[in-house]
Design a protein around this ligand. Structure first.
Ligand code: ADP
Length: 184
């Protein structure tokens, strides 16, 4: 059985990765599908996000990374997948996710949405939280895969030359902050 894990992944977090790893044990194949959404102004391009996810799932042979535009169910049909994998964190996720699952079912009655509950340690974690922390100069090393953290620091440093990105050898402290004020 093939499952699609659709999302924005801007950027991928350890919470997303946890869902991917657990999903890969449940399904024959998991296709992580980055949504090309023209309405959002993302931190990373779709291609960058696809590359980031590929790098952190390289050890999972049954995980594929792709991007798509348009209706998720149409993409699922195209990929011969009848399961949509989604993660649930808090009650507010549930309302939104249930609405989406029901809507998708009206579009294709063979599609099933499978929810995995977040692991406790990642229940607070979202891509927005990561961007908010990085924007104010905090370390995100404990929130995203290492390579992604480096991309985030690089990204904010490029848009704000002279800033000092926190790294493993130069951890973020109140005195070593990125000077960033970009909207995320
Ligand atoms: P979207 O814009 O589609 O919500 P996201 O990248 O924010 O895209 O999330 C993709 C999926 O991953 C959603 O189902 C979301 O609930 C889930 N998710 C996000 N963060 C976590 C987390 N920390 N733990 C479990 N699931 C998560």
């Amino acid at each position: 059985m093939i499952a699609i894990y659709p999302g924005s992944f801007d950027p991928i977090t350890l919470g997303h990765l946890d869902i991917i790893e657990r999903g890969s044990k449940l399904f024959e194949q998991v296709i992580v599908a980055v949504l090309r959404n023209p309405d959002k102004s993302p931190l990373f391009t779709v291609q960058e996000r696809v590359e980031q996810i590929r790098k952190c799932t390289i050890d999972l042979p049954n995980v594929e990374v792709d991007s798509f535009a348009g209706l998720t169910v149409e993409y699922a049909r195209l990929r011969n997948a009848k399961v949509l994998l989604r993660g649930l964190r808090v009650l507010s996720d549930f309302e939104k996710e249930l609405q989406m699952a029901h809507t998708n079912e009206t579009l294709w009655d063979e599609i099933e949405t499978v929810f995995l509950a977040t692991s406790n340690e990642y229940s607070f974690l979202s891509s927005s939280v990561v961007k908010e922390v990085a924007r104010f100069g905090g370390s995100v090393d404990h929130l995203v895969p290492h390579a992604v953290a480096l991309d985030i620091y690089r990204c904010y440093a490029e848009t704000h030359p002279g800033s000092t990105p926190p790294t493993a050898t130069n951890p973020a402290t109140p005195t070593t902050r990125l000077r960033v004020d970009q909207e995320v």
